[in-house]
Design a protein around this ligand. Structure first.
Ligand code: C2E
Ligand code: MG
Ligand code: MG
Ligand code: MG
Length: 292
């Protein structure tokens, strides 16, 4: 009976807590099922060379085709997948599928350079990701040099020696490493010379207000200077306007990604884009104003 009283006393809190916990459990079950039934699709966002709008690659971005709720963006399920460990299976699927798709496009004669795949914390720390990457490359026949792993800057600092060694091993195989959301990690830059990093992806929060915001312009220029002296590639994320593209191009930023060029699009739409805009396999984005 005391128990009953206690429950009543915390009725609101307890009801809210129960509702959230139930939703979480339900979503987790659905996520498990979704992995079995392959309810995921990958959208591909073109990466372009800033000076000539050439499409040089794509970033693979996963979506969940939820049977009741429609297409869900990663922020609605990746955090739960990460907490529950389901990200490892999901990530393996994304990796396999992205490698297979890239090899298909290369085989069709499109001269792309990079397929970028996002890796989260658990994927690095649990299971053998070197073996996973190896297996994905083997089964797709994709040469390692076409694969780029993206890891967010905030994760880099926490990595153990084992993870660092594994990343080194992948680099020796030819896989490249990009630091995603660069500039948001509040971390020491010392890791840049210890890790086999090839590319910095400037976080879109720094791109949003260029060329109007002098601090953001200064930050982007500073990242460019850093990349230049360490001989790293740079991709500016979240380019939405011609003015941003012009500013970046003027400071010799080599690559960009953003809604100005294309949002992430389905594999079919990406292929149509390649097909309709290529000459001898080199595709360029010429119609920045098309809405998808
Ligand atoms: P991210 O890796 O930084 O990916 C870029 C995100 O910015 C994508 O969101 C993309 O749609 C969005 N974006 C691209 N251009 C623009 C732009 O011009 N303006 C704005 N406002 N946004 C732009 P998305 O697809 O919702 O993915 C969100 C995050 O989810 C990704 O951030 C990545 O961290 C994570 N994610 C996506 N796919 C995977 C995956 O397969 N595995 C893992 N572990 N994480 C993934
Ligand atoms: Mg990314
Ligand atoms: Mg990013
Ligand atoms: Mg981001």
């Amino acid at each position: 009976k005391v128990k009953e009283q206690g429950r009543n006393g915390y009725r609101y809190y307890s009801a809210e807590f129960t509702r959230q916990a139930q939703q979480r459990i339900e979503l987790e079950q659905q996520l498990r099922e979704a992995i079995k039934q392959q309810q995921f699709v990958i959208y591909y966002q073109p990466q372009v060379r800033l000076d000539n709008c050439q499409i040089i690659g794509a970033e693979a971005l996963v979506r969940w085709e939820h049977p009741q709720r429609g297409r869900l963006a990663p922020n609605e399920f990746i955090p739960l997948a990460e907490q529950t460990g389901l990200i490892c299976k999901l990530g393996q699927w994304v990796l396999n599928e992205a490698c297979r798709q890239m090899q298909t496009w290369l085989g069709a004669g499109y001269r792309l350079e990079t397929m970028s795949v996002n890796f989260s914390k658990r994927q690095l720390t649990e299971g053998n990701f070197v073996e996973q990457v190896n297996q994905a490359l083997r089964s797709s026949n994709l040469p390692a040099s076409f694969l780029e792993m993206e890891i967010v800057e905030s994760l880099i600092m926490e990595q153990s020696d084992e993870v660092m060694a594994a990343l080194d091993e992948l680099r020796l195989m030819g896989v490249s490493l990009a630091i995603d959301d660069f500039g948001t990690g509040y971390s020491s830059l010392a890791y840049l010379k210890q890790l086999p990093v090839g590319t910095l992806k400037i976080d879109r929060s720094f791109v949003r207000d260029i060329p109007d915001d002098p601090s953001d312009c200064a930050i982007v220029k500073a990242i460019m200077a850093l990349a230049d002296s360490l001989q790293l590639e740079v991709v500016a994320e979240g380019v939405e306007t011609a003015e941003q593209a012009t500013f970046l191009s003027d400071i010799l930023c080599p690559k960009a990604q953003g809604y100005y060029y294309r949002p992430p699009i389905s594999a079919q739409a990406f292929e149509a884009l390649l097909r309709n805009s290529h000459s001898d396999g080199v595709a360029r984005i010429i119609d920045q104003d098309i809405d998808y």
